[in-house]
Write a protein that binds this ligand. Structure first.
Ligand SMILES: [Fe+2]
Length: 253
């Protein structure tokens, strides 16, 4: 595995500071339509905000999108943190003009998984592609409470992007302890993801775009939706082999 540096920046304060940093870090102003959609969703969740994190990753943005929308990687990459997790019953995708959502069941092996303290053995998780730069993951826990994770991605250059992670929960639990637990869990999850992301970065992302367009995997339906909406704009530059990220992902409405 290549050694690549990762910068972690702790974002203090409320989750909306994520969007402020997102705008400040953008080389050119982000599309208002996308930003507005993300802002509306983050405002809805604001009262349940627990933590924010941000990472600068020397990896193309398309690799991050592929990783987050590939359901199967939860089984294969997160073998330690989600030990024994199985994906099943993937629903048909519900589309929106600029994204879509999907639901699927995750089942834990109760004998080996500490996450059983927080959740039932089998739950239905929802993954939402809000915009080409914002993804949401909803995880139900006990007593009709849930954990919601918002991932915002900001391409900084051809082979580098910034990942903002905001975690929300309405669970009744002391917030400082929950913050520590979720900070640790988020760092561990990223640590597990790094070899996979590096592997993706070393491959050819355009090949996945082509193969996903033709493929019919349940677990890749959201990435397929991303490709349907934005794939034709993902043109391979002649010089560097890197991905031209902007302004190619024009709003589609
Ligand atoms: Fe992951």
């Amino acid at each position: 595995m290549k050694t690549k540096s990762v910068k972690l920046q702790s974002l203090q304060g409320k989750s909306m500071s994520t969007l402020k940093h997102y705008q400040l870090d953008s080389a050119i102003p982000p599309y208002a339509a996308y930003l507005q959609q993300t802002e509306v969703r983050m405002l809805q969740l604001r009262k349940d905000h627990i933590i924010s994190q941000a990472y600068i990753l020397p990896i193309p943005y398309l690799c991050q999108i592929y990783h987050l929308l590939n359901l199967k990687h939860l089984e294969t990459v997160h073998k330690f943190s989600l030990k024994g997790l199985k994906i099943s019953n993937v629903s048909q995708i519900e589309t929106t003009p600029i994204g879509g959502s999907i639901k699927f069941q995750t089942t834990l092996d109760p004998a080996v998984n500490i996450l059983r303290v927080w959740r039932k053995p089998t739950i239905e998780v929802e993954l939402i592609l809000h915009t080409p730069y914002t993804i949401e993951l909803n995880i139900p826990i006990y007593h009709n409470r849930k954990i919601t994770i918002i991932f915002n991605m900001l391409p900084l250059a051809d082979n580098i992007h910034k990942l903002f992670i905001d975690i929300y929960s309405n669970v009744i639990f002391p917030k400082p302890i929950l913050q520590i637990i979720l900070h640790c869990a988020s760092c561990l999850t990223l640590f597990e993801d790094l070899p996979y992301l590096n592997e993706l970065a070393d491959g050819n992302p355009y090949r996945w775009v082509r193969s996903t367009r033709a493929g019919n995997l349940d677990t890749m339906q959201l990435f397929k939706r991303f490709v349907e909406l934005y794939g034709s704009s993902l043109e391979q530059p002649q010089s560097s082999g890197a991905i031209e990220l902007r302004p190619i992902l024009d709003p589609v409405y």
